[in-house]
Design a protein around this ligand. Structure first.
Ligand code: DX5
Ligand code: ZN
Length: 225
């Protein structure tokens, strides 16, 4: 288990007309969460590689690319070329998950798998030893500002048990509806990376919100040990 909880603000909730200003406001984050949507896998369309290159030019914070696209096996390399530090692909969309994970790792990019809320954790059995990160969606992907789905907590506990059974410790990330209200519960259930979009960028002081989430999460982690 990690020593402290890591916070990944989702720039889906940033002001695109002032992206550099908003990136400067979260310079204390552990990761920048970069939501790629293709208009097919989800009913929304977001950013491509040119935006990722722009982010990499102005921020030193490692970028965690969440690929919500129907063909991640094909598109992941585009984002690796553009400087992604971590790339996660959806289990539901990847036909060649094992190959894509290994390929990204061979390129020096950390690679992970994402599960939608309705996709069971047991499906990770054959890939859990190979991934650097597992991302559990706690909303149905597509938009920021949705409500956290409580069933995610039991999936987190199940995932933690699966990791222990296999003797591995990938980063466990949760994405959707995370805020200061539920951060402790999410960490107690097993998460160590918290994505937060509207909670961070909807705050008057995004850097302080990052610190708050990290403090709440890290206190919960110490309590859970
Ligand atoms: C949802 C995205 C999330 C989103 C989270 O499809 O994957 O990363 O930005 O936003 P909040 O924290 O507002 O739920
Ligand atoms: Zn995301």
């Amino acid at each position: 288990m990690a020593d402290s909880i890591r916070i990944a603000p989702s720039i889906l909730s940033a002001d695109m007309a002032n992206l550099q200003r908003d990136l400067d406001r979260i310079a204390n984050a552990d990761f920048i969460h970069f939501d790629v949507m293709d208009g097919h896998f989800t009913g929304n369309l977001t950013f491509g590689v040119d935006v990722l290159k722009a982010v990499k030019r102005v921020s030193d914070v490692p970028v965690d690319v969440h690929m919500m696209v129907t063909d991640p096996d094909h598109m992941a390399d585009w984002f690796a070329d553009a400087g992604a530090d971590i790339i996660t692909v959806h289990w539901e969309a990847s036909t060649h998950l094992n190959r894509t994970i290994r390929h990204l790792q061979e390129r020096g990019v950390k690679a992970g798998v994402v599960l939608n809320p309705a996709t069971p954790v047991c499906l990770l059995e054959s890939v859990i030893e190979d991934v650097d990160m597992v991302l559990l969606m706690s909303v149905n992907p597509g938009f920021g500002g949705q409500r956290f789905i409580p069933g995610t907590l039991s999936k987190l506990r199940e995932l933690r048990a699966l990791c222990e059974l296999h003797g591995v410790a990938p980063m466990i990330e949760v994405d959707g509806g995370v805020s200061a209200k539920n951060a402790a519960q999410v960490v107690e259930a097993g998460a160590d990376v918290l994505v937060a979009g509207s909670a961070v960028f909807g705050s008057d002081d995004p850097a302080a919100e990052v610190e708050l989430l990290r403090a709440i999460g890290t206190a919960a982690l110490r309590g859970a040990e």
